[in-house]
Design a protein around this ligand. Structure first.
Ligand code: NAP
Length: 311
């Protein structure tokens, strides 16, 4: 069964989501407002935040911006990033999130990451309880391996609900999700909302131009995108973008959005000016030859069953 995520007034979740991880960080309230309005104008109705983002400012700002149009939005937040997925943690964090958002309920609640120290039964029971209370519509899992998702899905099924949406990392240079997560999501009818479609900004081409940003400022992102081959791929993407007269960010987001395994990019930006090229991907019709050319920038990961040589 395919899961359809809709807003309170029945508006379907948009083809792109917008991530508000920068709200209250690099994006102050005015910048957040401008980006929110640009998203609405482009038809984006799905907004993503998390309990952990910017010490709660992301949820607080999103809640204020969303209030006038709440009923036509899909709001997703996440609990359990650093402190595990016990019932007590999930309920306490979700209560804080609802209060910051100024919302009784949200359409999607994710567990932010797998917690090896809490039995999945306890986590799934907590999700079931929140569904029963009418505080969430859909259960999501982020940063889970496929076997962890399927284990959770089996437990959820016994409890009478399903995992509707996953949130893996996925972009032109980080393609692990192609191996198991995206095929599983497609087979199980789960939505795959993919974060970091620009590889945290690498795929904008700005690092090849010697400019700074998250990857030079954050040790975690510097480590994640340290490989020379990733930087070479970003430079090659910029060359192709010049050739086809498009922005590299537009190509990178469109590649995720038009991936045959069906991914919903969660776009984001630190400033309204940065957001334009990502939103432009909504209208960029990528022909199969260009899609293949971009796919060839980094070798595809081997399939889960390996034996690549025989394919
Ligand atoms: N579940 C998870 O664990 C997880 C993890 C990460 C993100 N997320 C979600 O996914 C959303 C998107 O992730 P992401 O922020 O990593 O996405 P991304 O699209 O890969 O990176 C966005 C960043 O790239 C830079 N950028 C974007 N457009 C640019 C442009 N035109 N020119 C120059 N730089 C540009 C900006 O960073 P700088 O200006 O700082 O360089 C911007 O904040 C987040 O907001 C969050 O909701 C979830």
């Amino acid at each position: 069964m395919e899961h359809h995520i809709t807003s309170p007034d029945g508006t379907p979740a948009s083809r792109f989501a917008f991530g508000t991880m920068q709200f209250g960080g690099k994006a102050d309230e005015a910048a957040a407002h401008a980006m929110f309005e640009a998203c609405l104008a482009a038809g984006v109705t799905h907004f993503d935040t998390a309990h952990i983002y910017t010490d709660g400012a992301s949820e607080t700002i999103l809640g204020r911006l969303a209030a006038p149009v709440r009923d036509r939005l899909v709001i997703a937040t996440k609990v359990g990033h650093a402190s595990g997925a016990s019932r007590a943690t999930m309920l306490a964090q979700f209560d804080a999130s609802r209060s910051r958002l100024g919302m009784d309920r949200v359409e999607v609640l994710y567990l932010h990451r797998f917690d090896p120290d809490t039995p999945l039964e306890e986590t799934m029971e907590t999700f079931a309880e929140l569904r029963q209370r009418g505080q969430i519509d859909h259960v999501g899992l982020s940063n889970f391996a496929a076997w962890q998702v399927m284990k959770a899905a089996c437990i959820a099924e016994r409890m009478g609900f399903a995992i509707s949406i996953l949130q893996p990392m996925f972009n032109l240079v980080k393609r692990q999700a192609e191996v198991e997560i995206l095929p599983m999501a497609r087979a199980e009818g789960m939505v795959a909302a993919c974060y970091s479609p620009l590889a945290g900004g690498l795929l904008t081409g700005k690092y090849a131009r010697g400019e700074g940003g998250r990857i030079t400022e954050s040790r975690m992102y510097a480590a994640r995108y340290a490989g020379d081959h990733l930087h070479r791929a970003a430079a090659d993407l910029a060359t192709i973008a010049r050739e086809v007269a498009a922005d590299p960010a537009t190509l990178a987001v469109a590649w995720v959005a038009q991936h045959p395994l069906g991914a919903v990019p969660i776009i984001s930006a630190s400033t309204p000016a940065q957001l334009g090229p990502s939103l432009a991907a909504l209208d960029f019709d990528m022909d199969p030859a260009l899609f293949d050319r971009l796919s060839a920038l980094i070798p595809a990961p081997p399939p889960a069953t390996d034996r690549t040589e025989e394919l």
